[in-house]
Design a protein around this ligand. Structure first.
Ligand code: SIN
Length: 193
């Protein structure tokens, strides 16, 4: 699958008759809501784990030195915390453009606490997309993030803002926090040189 997903996503008609749709954000959508929304709520989805396994050459890296951003991988028993936004369908044009580097819209169940849930959407970059970077050790991911920057800013800023937002949500995301720990150590070492 080509990395640019705009045309595939714009054909999705699942919520066409709806006035508003829940969008669940688990990466930059948590800390950078550059779109209008009607409501914003902490939420979680089940069966998915957040991983820095998607390459980024359009936002947080370049073609020569791609960065890494998060996507979701299926994992039994996993709970992924994030933020859900209630948006109107017009907002999807902006989101499809923003998430065009390999992310496809997927319908999923979004949970608000223990008792409430709603059908909504996530943007997910699967291993079939050409920008998929795949698994690597947390240290190697931190090394790649430390070097990368793109039109949206430094890759390290993406990681640090996400880690901070997850802490504020009370989410104990071992993968993200381990990469953050390595990145901060790499930055300390670079500053000491
Ligand atoms: C998301 O935030 O939900 C998708 C991944 C990203 O844009 O970082």
């Amino acid at each position: 699958m080509s990395a640019n997903t705009i045309s595939i996503n714009s054909q999705m008609s699942h919520f066409d008759s709806h006035d508003s749709v829940w969008l669940f954000g688990y990466g930059s959508i948590i800390f950078k809501a550059d779109f209008p929304f009607l409501e914003r709520r902490p939420a979680h989805i089940n069966g998915w784990a957040r991983r820095f396994w998607q390459g980024s050459h359009d936002h947080r890296g370049t073609v020569e030195a791609p960065g890494r951003v998060v996507t979701l991988v299926p994992q039994e028993g996993a709970v992924c915390a994030g933020i859900a936004y209630l948006i109107t369908p017009e907002v999807f044009a902006h989101l499809d453009h923003r998430e065009k580097n390999g992310y496809l819209r997927l319908v999923t169940e979004i949970h608000f606490g223990e008792a409430e849930k709603a059908e909504g959407l996530i943007y997910i970059a699967s291993e079939e997309n050409t920008a998929f970077a795949g698994p690597a050790s947390e240290l190697d991911i931190a090394r790649q993030i430390a070097r990368a920057a793109g039109p949206s800013g430094r890759n390290s800023e993406y990681l640090l803002l996400l880690a901070q937002a997850l802490r504020e949500l009370g989410s104990d995301d071992a993968h993200v926090f381990e990469i953050e720990k390595h990145l901060l150590q790499l930055e300390r070492e670079a500053a000491a040189r």
